[in-house]
Write a protein that binds this ligand. Structure first.
Ligand SMILES: CC(C)(COP(=O)(O)OP(=O)(O)OC[C@H]1O[C@@H](n2cnc3c(N)ncnc32)[C@H](O)[C@@H]1OP(=O)(O)O)[C@@H](O)C(=O)NCCC(=O)NCCS
Length: 150
């Protein structure tokens, strides 16, 4: 497996996985913009054959970063891929001054909440009925780099 920064050419494959995984998939143009923007924090994990396994889309406006999307191909889950991608993104982004990472996650998304907790995120707030289709609360999570010391 390889983990690297995403490039604009990754956008179509990410968009294809978005359609497979999310009820509100992002299109190629939006993904392309996130990859290309200043402060982009977009990373991919690929197989040795180049197949997209997992991706993370976020942005750093130092000292804070935000993760907007993180997903692993359904048949490749529970192999530690998202965890490693998250770790790579967080550590690489220190070089641009990242000190803490924020994200929002559906309250009913137990796999994702467990993943983020296991990586040192803590739950700091809740936004009632934040998500639609289906309706759900958002849990706001944060991870400071000092979590590495735990
Ligand atoms: C959440 C998601 C990204 C996890 O990807 P993954 O590559 O399977 O995650 P990992 O294998 O790195 O899991 C790391 C840890 O997360 C937790 N976790 C992951 N999947 C889990 C599940 N189905 N149930 C419970 N805990 C889970 C576990 O603590 C796991 O460690 P363990 O396997 O040693 O117990 C994946 O399930 C996914 O793509 N879901 C759909 C998209 C999504 O909801 N994204 C997050 C919101 S943007």
């Amino acid at each position: 497996m390889n983990i690297r920064r995403a490039v604009p050419d990754d956008a179509p494959a990410i968009a294809e996985l978005e359609c497979e995984i999310f009820s509100d998939p992002w299109g190629v143009k939006d993904i392309f913009s996130y990859i290309s923007v200043t402060g982009s924090m977009c990373f991919v994990a690929t197989s040795d054959e180049g197949e997209l396994l997992s991706y993370l889309i976020g942005r750093v406006i130092a000292p804070e970063g935000e993760i907007y999307r993180l997903a692993t191909r359904p048949e490749k889950r529970r192999r530690g891929i998202a965890y490693r991608l998250l770790d790579f993104a967080a550590k690489t982004s220190r070089g641009v001054g990242l000190e803490c990472l924020f994200l929002e996650v559906r309250s009913k998304n137990i796999p994702a909440r467990n993943l983020y907790r296991s990586y040192g995120f803590r739950e700091m707030g809740e936004r009632k009925n934040y998500y639609k289709d289906p309706t759900d609360d958002a849990i706001v999570m944060v991870r400071a780099h000092s979590a590495d010391l735990i």
